[in-house]
Write a protein that binds this ligand. Structure first.
Ligand code: ZN
Length: 242
């Protein structure tokens, strides 16, 4: 079975559509989402509806909780607050209901899905480094924990009795004697310097994990951001991948 994984879509419909079409061409049977469907981007409603239509399963991110008033806006930077307040106005009750129904933890077979950190998903802490990842390895009991939140792809592997290391490959096989913390990067607002949408395919039969970058029409998304009256910085950063 092939699982496609997305995270941090952030209302970027062009990026999400491109990734879901890519998954279709690759024979992905189920898509999982690590949260932050909304916030920053100009198409929160269309992204929610597309994920629903595609039968995507997953968890809430801090931007969902911000929009719903479940995380105080004081915990967000000023750009994020502008995006959250703008998004609130766009959503109908049925969209809020959908976002409110997203759990903090989702499990599918060997996969454990959270937005930020498995140890305490509602705290929205970031996993950036090897030390951060190592601290989290005891906080999930499946082979693989899938996360997003930093918008920067990362793979940490803990082999029994050997400690944790960073895997610097875009394509690797899952070892039977290891567990993995995998940050899949961001579909709608990458911050690792590559502006293309980030996503992952996990082939559970082959025990293979592959990272991909998918091109999409960034200019179109930028135009929509400007038209919506969202801050120019949100359009600018998409082309930078920062
Ligand atoms: Zn995010």
């Amino acid at each position: 079975m092939k699982i496609g994984v997305v995270s941090d879509v952030h209302g970027n419909l062009e990026a999400l559509s491109a990734v879901l079409e890519f998954f279709n061409r690759r024979g992905v049977q189920q898509v999982l989402c690590c949260g932050d469907i909304v916030g920053y981007g100009p198409d929160p409603v269309a992204c929610i509806e597309l994920l629903q239509q595609a039968g995507v399963r997953g968890v809430a991110g801090n931007h969902e909780w911000g929009v719903l008033g479940k995380t105080p806006l004081a915990r967000f930077n000023s750009l994020a607050v502008l995006g959250i307040n703008w998004t609130r106005v766009q959503l109908a009750d049925k969209h809020r209901f959908y976002l409110d129904g997203l759990p903090l933890i989702f499990r599918l077979g060997p996969l454990h899905v959270v937005h930020g950190e498995p140890a305490d998903p509602a705290e929205w802490e970031y996993v950036f480094s090897l030390d951060d990842a190592d601290e989290q390895m005891g906080a999930f009991f499946t082979d693989i924990c899938l996360i997003g939140h930093t918008h920067i792809p990362l793979v940490a592997e803990r082999v029994a009795k050997q400690g944790t290391r960073i895997v610097k490959k875009d394509d690797f096989f899952i070892r039977d004697d290891a567990k993995y913390l995998i940050n899949v990067g961001s579909v709608g607002q990458p911050r690792d310097g590559d502006p293309r949408a980030a996503c992952v395919i996990i082939d559970l039969n082959e025990k293979q994990v592959t990272f991909y970058r998918v091109e999409y029409d960034i200019c179109r998304t930028q135009e929509k951001i400007r038209k919506a009256g969202l801050p120019e910085e949100l359009a600018f950063r998409l082309a930078q991948g920062r």
